[in-house]
Design a protein around this ligand. Structure first.
Ligand SMILES: CC(=O)N[C@H]1[C@@H](OP(=O)(O)OP(=O)(O)OC[C@H]2O[C@@H](n3ccc(=O)[nH]c3=O)[C@H](O)[C@@H]2O)O[C@H](CO)[C@@H](O)[C@@H]1O[C@H](C)C(=O)N[C@@H](C)C(=O)N[C@H](CCC(=O)O)C(=O)O
Ligand SMILES: Nc1ncnc2c1ncn2[C@@H]1O[C@H](COP(=O)(O)OP(=O)(O)OP(=O)(O)O)[C@@H](O)[C@H]1O
Ligand SMILES: N[C@H](CCC[C@H](N)C(=O)O)C(=O)O
Ligand SMILES: [Mg+2]
Length: 486
């Protein structure tokens, strides 16, 4: 594409060099630069892309977009000064890929918990309704039937545009994307045109990155603040901050709730481990998805599909055909009758919700064993809160490792243990090796007991000191059951 065309509608401060030249690709990592590429120098959390301008040129970049010009200009290169390189990257990406987000219906979902669930369920509902879509999620990216491994919940803006452009090319009409707080903060959604934006809930997470809860909340709110008046914003008004999210949005406001009046109102009539009977806007629907928090997720799916123009009855028929999302409340029953639940709960709120949901369903004649840990190099303040919740809401909590990353697993466990309330000191034990922890839970369990293995859900690895070792909770459970004959 010609640089002149690429710069269409993009504000610049100063240009040095020829703008009548061909751009082969846009890159924001000098290591990925090649012949005739345009390199955008972005300030990151560790380094500053401006330091790599010359390495990008050595690898073939001939256009540099930056906030400060270097001291000397290389021959045959064009330098473009902009106010904010990270935001400019979003606009360049949209122009380069032909503004795909304006051409298909882009739907974004933000919130602490439930984004993957809602986006995946939307993708599945729309498929049942006969529409092909794109999905951008923590678990995987999908373009119609094609599956691409996921690197980020919300990837960089070039990747998003590339996925959307490909989706458009193969005839998709919708795209569902998770919008993470890191994604908003790092301008990974800059230049995208959202038709509908959904909010699930906001509780404690990522305070390592955002520092305070208010900063975290305001980052999520920015997603709604920046929507145009042509968009629709759907919020959970049972959440304390559900209305705050939409306070300054220009978008048309819609709500969903179970406890208060809302445009999309839901009730949970019955729930067991096989599914739930719900009532949505006075119509009953049965689903194999279970857990009270999933009523909220399904209500948001219902609200979004309604705003896309589908009839309530056809949406509910599609909801009744949904399957569970990978690693979310997935159940396994052993030959001897031990019941396992594998779930991605990795925040205090998620762990509390899943334990509450299990406790509401179970008879209490069995025991509930909770095996969980906390990720290293992530929000440390979650740890004692998760320790407190797990020990108080289960018969036995087995504290173990999640992804320790660069941290010492024993130290993470100590921080989790510190949150256990004195009255629950006899209700927990700590086993650092995750496989050993699951093994102990199985040893301890009798038929009908429930073992919740939380925190890693769909993940098929355990990251220790920068190395990802293959580890899949479901596989480990099957392997141990086989060896232990239970
Ligand atoms: C903390 C964080 O989010 N970091 C993200 C960020 O990297 P960074 O700011 O550290 O980049 P940097 O190393 O400082 O480099 C700055 C710039 O210089 C460039 N550079 C760097 C070195 C070089 O030799 N040449 C060069 O050009 C880099 O490409 C970059 O553009 O920008 C990168 C490019 O987009 C991301 O890949 C990276 O995600 C890291 C890997 C990550 O782990 N992020 C997680 C925390 C994350 O984003 N998670 C959320 C989900 C959270 C949730 O569960 O809700 C997600 O959306 O996935
Ligand atoms: N609406 C909800 N409210 C509270 N907890 C939920 C909700 N939906 C899911 N959960 C819990 O949170 C866990 C993670 O769910 P999900 O993967 O859908 O969230 P996410 O927002 O995509 O998370 P991430 O930020 O890691 O991408 C689930 O396994 C479940 O335990
Ligand atoms: N997207 C989340 C996932 C956490 C999953 C948990 N297994 C962990 O590693 O902490 C994060 O990166 O914080
Ligand atoms: Mg997710």
């Amino acid at each position: 594409m010609k640089l002149k065309e690429l710069l269409n509608r993009i504000p610049t401060l100063e240009i040095h060099g020829e703008i009548n030249r061909e751009v082969s690709e846009i890159v924001f990592d000098s290591r990925k630069a090649f012949k005739a590429s345009l390199y955008v120098a972005v300030k990151g959390t560790i380094s500053d892309g401006h330091d790599f301008i010359n390495s990008a040129i050595e690898k073939g970049s001939s256009v540099i977009v930056c906030e400060n010009f270097p001291n000397d200009f290389k021959e045959n290169c064009t330098y473009i000064k902009v106010e904010n390189a990270s935001k400019t990257l979003g606009k360049l990406a949209a122009n380069f890929y032909g503004n795909p987000s304006e051409k298909l219906k882009l739907i974004g979902v933000t919130g602490t918990n439930g984004k993957t669930s809602v986006c995946t369920l939307l993708f599945d509902v729309f498929k049942i309704l006969g529409y092909s879509s794109a999905l951008i999620s923590t678990v995987e990216y999908r373009i119609g039937d094609e599956i691409i491994p996921s690197t980020h919940t919300t990837p960089d803006v070039l990747t998003i545009n590339k996925i959307l452009a490909k989706a458009l090319e193969i005839g998709c009409e919708y795209a569902f994307t998770e919008v993470s707080s890191h994604g908003i903060h790092q301008d990974r959604i800059e230049g995208l045109h959202f038709k509908i934006a959904g909010f699930t809930n906001i509780t404690h997470d990522h305070l390592d990155y955002h520092h305070t809860f208010l900063e975290y909340l305001n980052t999520k709110k920015r997603f709604f603040d920046e929507l145009p008046s042509s968009a629709v914003a759907i919020t959970n008004v049972d959440d304390k901050n559900g209305n705050v999210m939409l306070q300054n949005t220009l978008a048309k406001k819609k709500s969903y709730a179970m406890k208060t009046m809302a445009d999309f109102h839901g009730k949970l009539l019955e729930a067991d481990f096989n599914g739930m009977l719900m009532n949505f806007n006075n119509k009953e629907v049965w689903t194999t998805i279970t857990g009270k928090f999933n009523v909220y997720n399904l209500l948001l799916v219902f609200g979004i599909a309604s705003e896309c123009g589908f009839e309530e009855s056809e949406i509910l028929t599609a909801i009744s055909q949904l399957k569970r999302v990978k690693g979310r409340f997935e159940t396994i029953k052993s030959p001897s009758g031990i019941f396992f639940i594998v779930d991605y709960a990795h925040t205090p709120d998620a762990l509390e919700n899943i334990l509450d949901s299990i406790n509401e369903i179970r008879t209490k004649n069995e025991r509930l064993i909770c095996v969980f840990g906390c990720g290293g190099d992530r929000d440390k303040t979650k740890r004692p809160e998760m320790g407190a919740v797990a020990a108080s809401k289960s018969t036995l909590a087995i504290i173990t490792s999640d992804n320790p990353r660069s941290e010492n697993p024993q130290e993470i466990i100590k921080e989790i243990e510190a949150g256990v309330k004195p009255e629950n000191y006899n209700k927990f034990l700590s086993i650092p090796d995750r496989k050993d922890a699951i093994k102990s839970a199985i040893k301890f369990a009798e038929p009908k007991d429930i073992i919740l293995v939380a925190g890693k859900g769909h993940e098929n690895y355990q990251e220790i000191n920068g190395v990802k070792h293959h580890f899949d909770d479901k596989e480990i459970i099957a392997e141990l059951l086989n060896i232990m004959g239970k």
